[in-house]
Write a protein that binds this ligand. Structure first.
Ligand SMILES: *Cc1c(COP(=O)(O)O)cnc(C)c1O
Length: 439
């Protein structure tokens, strides 16, 4: 019974990113299939956020489920400091084949925050191994989110949700972004300003930057803030010219989320590191990878153990996760998947053009399978506690629609298996929700 489960949940569970005193009851999920989650009462809930952006091909996809089951019966887990196995090598080869040269070397971990921490630590140690001690600074973009561990929080301090832990964080140089949307007349001026700010920063800090980290093309948790590929490319080129390493946090944007397989491909940029997680297993298993170049890898090769990357996690390269990743990659590379992603984008554009006419809707924007808008008052991002977002969350719950506004930012990020009929229902729900909260 769901009421019994909810009562037991209330006694023993602490939910992530949730104010338990005021949050509505959690959904007592029993099963899930495609874009739908079924709860203990038999309600069918449409998952329009891919269960926190992890799901690609739908819940319960049999190809991925079977791959995990078969792997569990064969080899469930081995220590990866001492062993290797085919699922890990297959997945690394599969991912490297899809990323631009010279990305060629895969380090596994198990969540997005950790994939970022690994890139930070590798970048700093790379310079230390080369004997360069001047480079000590990390650059991030305004509004970024890179995860919840201490290093990732330090990089994402400007997204405004980590102020509580200020004393724990190391200092990071946060530079302006140039977010844009449909019909934004000021985009060129904003981009020029952000690039000028970067020039000024680099003039003063030329040889001190270890790495610049960015969520390429779309900043997710900071409010689905999108920028133009040419701006990102120009920003990266300036930092590269100053000798900084470039880290693309593609934890959300990877594996087709923005239409193209990876944002670095879409932007035509080859970074020194790509951080992957979320969609890597199609949303079935916790898994992450930090991909870098052989030039960086080579700087860790030495007779001196201290020059090795002395970092690892108990479940590094878990075979079940790798097996899920290989199955998911197969589905992702089916031409039908790319076609469907393009259709989802076209659907979003048409539906958003209508919804954008509603009073209070600002900054409509689409990148691949991600669509977003801001709600007045103000149109600016208002933080996770924005009243309008909490009201909308409750409205969508009543509609059996899993849509979680980020403050006053309403977005859809559906699994690629979503049907036109499901998309139409979601957009209809958004339109009625906006009308309901704006009176
Ligand atoms: C979700 C996210 C992370 C953190 O991933 P976790 O698996 O939640 O630790 C890091 N970066 C980006 C861009 C993300 O969207």
């Amino acid at each position: 019974m769901s009421s019994d489960l909810l009562a037991r949940d209330r006694r023993v569970i602490w939910h992530p990113f949730t104010q338990a005193l005021t949050a509505p009851e959690p959904i007592a999920a029993v099963s899930a299939n495609g874009a739908e989650i079924v709860d203990a009462e038999g309600n069918v809930i449409l998952d329009m956020i891919s269960s926190w952006w992890v799901n690609l091909h739908g819940h319960g996809h049999p190809l991925i489920a079977d791959a995990i089951a078969a792997q569990a019966r064969t080899l469930e887990q081995v220590i990866f400091a001492t062993c290797t196995h085919a699922p890990a090598v297959d997945l690394a080869e599969g991912i490297v084949a899809l990323l631009p040269d010279p990305l060629a070397r895969v380090f596994y971990s198990d969540n997005g925050s950790t994939a970022v921490e690994v890139a930070l630590k590798m970048a700093l140690q790379y310079f230390r191994n080369l004997g360069d001690t001047r480079r000590t600074r990390f650059v991030a973009m305004d509004g970024a989110y890179h995860g919840d561990t201490v290093g990732a929080m330090s990089l994402g301090v400007s997204c405004g949700i980590f102020d509580t832990w200020g004393e724990m964080l190391f200092s990071v140089d946060t530079l302006p972004n140039a977010p844009t949307w449909e019909g934004d007349d000021a985009v060129e001026a904003k981009e020029a300003q952000a690039l000028a700010a970067l020039d000024a920063y680099l003039d003063a800090n030329r040889d001190t930057v270890v790495a610049a980290i960015v969520e390429p093309l779309v900043q997710g948790a900071g409010g689905m803030r999108m920028c133009r590929p040419a701006f990102l490319k120009a920003w990266v080129e300036k930092l590269k010219a100053a000798g900084a390493l470039i880290v693309f946090d593609e934890v959300m944007t990877g594996f087709g989320r923005l239409g193209d397989l990876f944002a670095c491909v879409k932007a035509g940029v080859a970074p020194d590191f790509v951080c992957l997680s979320k969609g890597i297993t199609g949303g079935f298993m916790p898994m992450a990878a930090t991909v870098t170049t052989d030039a960086i890898y080579a700087a860790f090769l030495s007779k001196d153990t201290a020059k090795a990357f002395l970092h690892g996690h108990s479940y590094t390269a878990n075979p079940l996760g790798c097996a899920a990743g290989n199955a998911s990659l197969k589905l992702l590379l089916d031409p039908a998947c790319a076609k469907r992603r393009a259709e989802i984008e076209a659907f979003h554009r048409a539906a958003l053009a209508e919804v954008a006419k509603l009073p209070g809707v600002r900054k409509p924007r689409v990148a691949g399978t991600v669509a977003a808008l801001n709600l007045d008052p103000g149109g600016a991002e208002q933080g996770l506690g924005a009243a309008v977002g909490l009201k909308l969350k409750a409205f969508f719950k009543g509609e059996n629609m899993l849509i979680r506004p980020l403050g006053n930012v309403v977005y859809l990020l559906p699994p690629y298996c979503v049907t036109d009929e499901q998309l139409a229902r979601a957009w209809d729900s958004i339109a009625r929700g906006i009308r309901a909260v704006s009176v």
